[in-house]
Ligand binder design. Sequence first.
Ligand SMILES: [Zn+2]
Length: 211
Amino acid sequence: MDHISKLIDGFKRFRKHHYDGENHVFRDLTQAGQAPKTLVVGCCDSRVDPAIITNCDPGDLFIIRNVANLVPPFETGGAFHGTSAALEFGVRKLNVEHIIILGHTHCGGIEALIKGDARDEGGFVGSWMKLARHARNRVLARIPQESPEIIVRECEKEAVLVSLDNLLTFPWILERVAQRRLTLHGWHFDLESGTLLCYDPGTHHFVQFDD
Ligand SMILES: [Zn+2]
């Protein structure tokens, strides 16, 4: 079966599950409108679909995906700020109550940043990954002697923290966090072990969710 046939067959199963009979999930979602409680900033990586790994249903998550799940700092100007526009819609229009930055192991964007590929390319990815250069610098200053694999792993987590910091540069996010109307979360998903870590601001460590 080629890839497109697989997608069409998948769509038929999706339609049967969500539209047939009483299982008309989208009837409510279209009549009442979407009201997700959580916004996720995830990576484009094909293995890390936020809705799949959290077993969510349509309407549960407002998802932004970009290379290496990065959030840029707040800035104005005429550029095309896709991630910031989606943040604005999710926070100011949909009034989400949680934002999760979802990092992951074997992130190609972070690997390129550490190995220098991103800086050498000069294309869109190289420019975009500059957002995570503080994460790279912090990790290299902290554990310069470690293996490239560990440095990449630590940089994946550090980049999540950079994005959490950058979220607070958006005035309407900072205001809602201060008013406790919005909570920020930093997660890191391990593809191989299937474990999910959560950043604990109290200890400044990523800790595993209890089973
Ligand atoms: Zn990634």
